[in-house]
Design a protein around this ligand. Structure first.
Ligand SMILES: Cc1cc2nc3c(=O)[nH]c(=O)nc-3n(C[C@H](O)[C@H](O)[C@H](O)COP(=O)(O)O)c2cc1C
Length: 215
């Protein structure tokens, strides 16, 4: 389809209401409800923990990329990555971030805005040791976000695979978890006539406040 015709791409949304009365008292419990739902429909949403992470550098230049959610609790939402990557460096210089869960196939999205912090070394080690060996070697191999050649990457992987043959792969210091600690969490549900439901939790001094936003 040519770009000129894109305006014809239009879809009506089923009218599933999202009501204040049905929402949990905190966004983590509400997220768990929606996450359980998408986990149960793998034919519709094949990778429910895929999310977009946006960071920005010290000049305010944003960048975004997909990552995988590897855990969440009432502290926040955790992903694992290379701390020297673009996102890692941006989060270190400007510890703010945003996550989007793009569950558009069921007319939903969750948008999180907040701060970004490193998880504890113990948490990073625990997750790293649970990864498949090939991925562990890849984490050690990859200077994520640097310019490379394919041959150089594969040679380095093979060298490290040989070096650690038969031994456990140590977690490198530069690889670990980042936690997005939410200030706001918005639950978006598509509705008829583009009158969508947007219910947003905002962290107040001691509690979560739920507010409806204009679509
Ligand atoms: C579905 C999907 C999941 C991904 N999950 C991760 C992840 O969990 N951690 C990660 O570092 N990169 C992940 N990536 C790769 C990132 O999108 C990105 O290419 C990489 O982290 C480098 O990003 P940066 O240069 O902006 O730091 C994933 C990509 C896709 C498409």
């Amino acid at each position: 389809m040519k770009g000129d015709d894109l305006y014809k791409l239009r879809r009506s949304y089923a009218d599933n209401p999202l009501n204040e009365a049905d929402m949990a008292a905190d966004p983590f419990t509400q997220f768990e409800h929606w996450f359980d739902h998408v986990l149960g429909i793998p034919d519709v949403i094949a990778e429910p923990n895929a999310m977009v992470l946006a960071t920005a550098d010290a000049d305010g230049q944003p960048s975004a990329r997909m990552v995988l959610l590897k855990g969440f609790d009432d502290r926040g939402f955790v992903l694992h990555t290379n701390y020297t990557s673009r996102k890692g460096q941006e989060a270190a210089a400007n510890p703010k971030g945003s996550l989007v869960f793009p569950w558009n196939h069921i007319e939903r999205q969750v948008v999180i805005v907040g701060s970004v912090e490193k998880v504890s070394d113990a948490e990073s080690v625990e997750y790293f040791s649970a990864r498949p060996r090939g991925s562990q070697i890849a984490a050690l191999t990859s200077e994520q976000s640097q310019v490379i050649t394919r041959e150089g990457l594969e040679r380095r992987w093979a060298e490290l695979a040989e070096k650690y043959a038969g031994d456990p792969i140590p977690r490198p210091d530069f690889w670990g978890g980042l936690r997005v600690v939410p200030a706001t969490v918005e639950f978006w549900q598509g509705r008829n006539n583009r009158l969508h439901d947007r219910l947003r939790y905002r962290r107040d001094a001691s509690a979560w406040v739920l507010e409806r936003l204009s679509p």
